[in-house]
Design a protein around this ligand. Sequence first.
Ligand code: HEM
Length: 675
Amino acid sequence: MAVTEEGVTTHPLTLTQELILMLLNEETGYFHQVPGWDLNCAVIGAVIAELSLRSRIDTDEESLFLVDEAETGNPVLDPVLKEIAAEPVQRNTQYWIERLAPRAESIIDMVLDRLVDLKVLEHHEGGFYTLARTAWQTEVFDSSSEGTAIQFVKTRINNAIFNNEIPDPRDIIIICLINTCDVFRFMFQLDDEAEARIEFICKMDLIGRSIAAAVEHNLAGPLLRRSALAKKIPAVSLSKLLLNPYIRVGNIPALFADLTQEYGPVFEIRPPFAKPMIFLAGPRTNRWVHRHGRMYLRAKDYFADFEKVYGASGVLPSLDGGDHFRLRKAMGPAYSRGRLGGQVDQVYHHARKYMANWTVGDSFSATHLCRRMINAQISPLHLSVDSQDIIDDLVVYKERALNTHILKALPKFMLKTPGMKHRAKVIDTLLERVQGVHTPAQRSGCPRDLADDWLSLHASDPQLMPESNLRFALSVALVASVYLGDAFSFALYAMASQPALYSKIQSEADALFDNGDPEGEDFTPAAIDVTHRFLIECLRMYPIVPMSLRTVMNSCVVEGYELPVGSQIYIAQTAAHYMDDVFPDPLTFDIDRYLPSRNEHHSPGYAPYGLGTHTCLGSRWMDLQLAVNVLMVAHYFTLKVSPANYKLRFSPLPSMKPSKKLKFHIAEQRRELRA
Ligand code: HEM
């Protein structure tokens, strides 16, 4: 703590920041909390307490008074202070906590952003946070305060509870708030003496006590009121569903956008002879899933049958909580843009080799061409083997397994037909190839690949990555070729069907490739401005994974509808891609939506890579690889859509791809392909 020239006591971290740091659970990368309003109320409590410590307000058990409305200069505190100052009637703390609780989420966002800016926290995609590795210091403290920020806060709290040190007023408030949230037991091993000491500390300070009492009062309310207030989930009329024009063209996101328009953000489809399906759709439910899904929804159940097909259990997409976070952290580098950027010459090499077979006048099936061109790159990059001869069988088997064991669109025995049994064997062929080239001697001096990372994780942590999961992890690695390949088909379709955009992309490609091959870092936003915005728009209009499945593990209320425990939820995260209020004129392909003045993708409604903790780990890898491939095709060739009058239709199961009829005609070769 320090005293400024004006004699004001300042503190390097606010109470809200310290509370957030204390609540961070390093094992799960998120916060200790019990479902409900707890975190929100506690955060508002911390804001009110900070205003009180800064002598802007005062509180007692009956009222909250304004003392001084002068701004503090803190962007979290000042809007709250302004609102309190503007209130004509004097209210109590409980009233303010309840009134301000809906703001807590944006306050938490600001606090987290600030902690990331201060390099106290690191943010990881999927909404995970960890402590930054760098020691945290501030000139406000003497050298004894070195260490991470959380150690600094925790040490003070620890000393107050276990070493009987006299806590300062801030520590008392933090202890009161954490105690109210009932999460001390997750942080420290508490015995009777420590619990008694916590109770004692909580009584020491009037502000802390009144705020904790108000928070506590608010915590009980919403949970108890929940069921009584929940609305009945509307059921979609089956005839309306079947008559929807988007069903005919297979446009699942647009279909869900229409249903949301008519039935609201939560609706149910009741197929005959099957369990009702509850859907969440639209930007607000997306935001809820992204921020709160981890507390209520589980990925394990929907994936269990599917992973069993590969003899696996507890693989990346099916894990939840701390283990999931640990696995993502361990595998993050293998899927990173940096890993691909360092080997982008491999992408050029394999892409050119593949395109060397294209002759002007030829026509190729879009999905086949694109999946194979991407697999020609992904297979050596991820697994250091060639799999072009078996990729079709691997994909057919995996798509059948998805349809039988996840989407349940086909009966399970359809995975046991003689043809499928034969295809299942190619998984062993692939694994033999991978094992054959991953001996230590053979890998020496090679750039690391995904298989290296899986195998070394297995060796170092066989519980998190057991041998029984390797078959899944290594063979499903090539699924990236399908998703990325299909995204590539859509992108080539969008380019070939819009000549003005094609020529702009060609200009960017020529500028990058005309003077020799660019490095990975040359694909900057400025260098590929049009291509980049073009690809964002492709993923909006043609998302490959239109929805995700989860099971409700804690009942909850979303947009006023109760999701009962145990129910299966279909999160139609891409429905908002076709909603007029999120993307005006959504059926029009318009890359200017992503100009800084519009930034329409900066909304929870844009979700081609999923939401929340399972957000696609390969999204940055994918952005780069897709851009490089589109630019290379544009640089070397002019493609045309074939047949010329082709109208885009989707084949939506198990993931979205253009219909089989789409072909690309090689109309012109613009440059020689170097070997
Ligand atoms: C257009 C291409 C792609 C799309 C649209 C896409 C989309 C998605 C989506 C929606 C999820 C979340 C699924 C869920 O919530 O249940 C996901 C997960 C994942 N994706 Fe992608 N993906 C693409 C390409 C890739 C590529 C190229 C890689 C690898 C380089 C990759 C690696 C992963 C991984 C590892 C996960 C699992 C993450 C987890 O469960 O924590 N994806 N992807």
